[in-house]
Design a protein around this ligand. Structure first.
Ligand SMILES: [Zn+2]
Length: 123
């Protein structure tokens, strides 16, 4: 007899039958579009909430606190995988937030203006 718990057994089963499991999930989504849309919306709301909390925790250096005026700026544009508001999973969102600095719209414009000027002088 296996000593694995139900949860462990079900996890190892899912790993071994990954494709079947994915197909089953796809089918479930197809058969339950309403539930699926609700789940998606709940997840999106949670993602937006995490982004909002991050803005409130790290307001812009100029003192701007209004989250509607704050955005996540990728400090190193080469690291950018996607815009944080487009995140679809919590793991990728957390990873993306770590690459960002919260700045207000005005400071963001200044940063990019300076970057553009730097690019011009580098030529
Ligand atoms: Zn600012």
């Amino acid at each position: 007899m296996s000593k694995l718990s139900y949860k462990e057994r079900s996890k190892s089963w899912r790993e071994k039958n990954r494709e079947y499991d994915l197909e089953r999930k796809k089918l479930w989504k197809k058969l339950n579009p309403d539930k699926c849309a609700i789940e998606k919306r709940i997840k999106k709301d949670k993602i937006l909430e995490i982004i909002l909390q991050d803005k409130l925790k790290n307001p812009c250096e100029c003192g701007e606190l209004n989250p509607e005026k704050l955005i996540h700026h990728h400090v190193n544009p080469n690291n950018k995988r996607f815009c944080v508001s487009k995140a679809r999973s919590f793991i990728t969102l957390e990873a993306e937030l770590l690459k960002c600095k919260v700045v207000c719209i005005d400071c963001h414009k200044k940063i990019h203006k300076e970057l553009r000027q730097k690019d011009i002088t580098m030529l």
